[in-house]
Design a protein around this ligand. Structure first.
Ligand SMILES: [Fe+2]
Length: 278
């Protein structure tokens, strides 16, 4: 059996009719992303949205997001980013009980054969992220409850340096080492998945892999200099699909696919009558 977890991140939804940065219709982009998800030949078991759900955390933006997500015919899970507000998020999604009522939006859910442990890295009023003792203590207890099920840890701010200077300065500025130390105790952490960067980035982290996913709308410009200007670009949008295919008795691991969003020419066959087309 294959378990598919789709990941969309940094949707930055505004109220209907309002553009992000005065030029970007993020709602239209999310609509295309949802359509692309629904067109996948294999239906995801669930979708997780890893933060920056809205642009200014306003109630009307969350209402708009809720409407845009209505066409989904499989479960979705929400996690706040630095552009979000937990109270307004909870108010717009009252049936999403897993969002809880605590200081932080942290939860564990089972998706097929996978376990998703979602961590809240946000600090009210700040762009940078932080994992305080209380959040790390919750994580340690949560991972300890199930050291066997293949687990994905989701957190908006990636716990690693991306080398894009202006983004690293608003990255996970506190708690990354402690986070790694906790993950190092386990062998069932398949991936740490994040957003925030609006790009696909992969690295080794603790004894697992960490990644960030692209935005369905705008991407952060690729520039690995310390003084890179803080700017965005309309490179092809996309999302990730994390696939787990457990085979009893065999060692396996999570496979992540980057899926571009759009209408493209094709598909075209490679072969004709059994031969490669010349
Ligand atoms: Fe973002």
């Amino acid at each position: 059996m294959t378990t598919l977890l789709a990941q969309i991140t940094d949707t930055h939804i505004r109220e209907p009719g309002r553009l992000a940065y005065r030029r970007l219709n993020t709602a239209l982009f999310l609509k295309s992303a949802i359509e692309a998800l629904m067109r996948l030949p294999q239906k995801p078991d669930a979708l997780i949205l890893t933060g920056d759900l809205t642009d200014f955390a306003r109630a009307g933006e969350y209402q708009h997001l809720s409407t845009l997500l209505e066409p989904l015919d499989f479960p979705y899970y929400l996690l706040p980013g630095n552009h979000d507000d937990a109270d307004n998020l909870r108010a717009a999604f009252p049936h999403h009980r897993y969002l809880g009522t605590d200081d932080f939006v942290q939860y564990s859910v089972k998706v097929g054969d996978l376990r998703i442990v979602a961590l809240d890295s946000t600090v009210r009023g700040q762009s940078a992220g932080r994992l305080c003792t209380s959040r790390l203590t919750w994580l340690a207890a949560e991972l300890d409850r199930d050291p066997a099920t293949p687990t994905i840890v989701a957190i908006h701010h990636p716990p690693f340096k991306t080398l894009i200077g202006h983004m690293d300065r608003i990255g996970l500025l506190e708690g990354a080492d402690e986070f790694a130390a906790i993950l190092n105790r386990y062998t069932n952490i398949e991936r740490v998945i994040s957003g925030h960067l609006h790009r696909s980035i992969f690295t080794r982290f603790a004894n697992t892999m960490a990644s960030t996913a692209p935005s369905p709308a705008h991407q952060v410009c690729f520039d690995l200099s310390e003084d890179a200007p803080s700017s965005w670009i309309l490179e092809p949008p996309g999302f990730h699909v994390h696939a787990w295919q457990g085979v009893a008795g065999h060692k396996t691991s999570l496979v992540t696919h980057v899926v571009p969003i759009g209408r493209f020419d094709g598909p075209f066959p490679f072969h004709e009558n059994g031969d490669l087309i010349d």
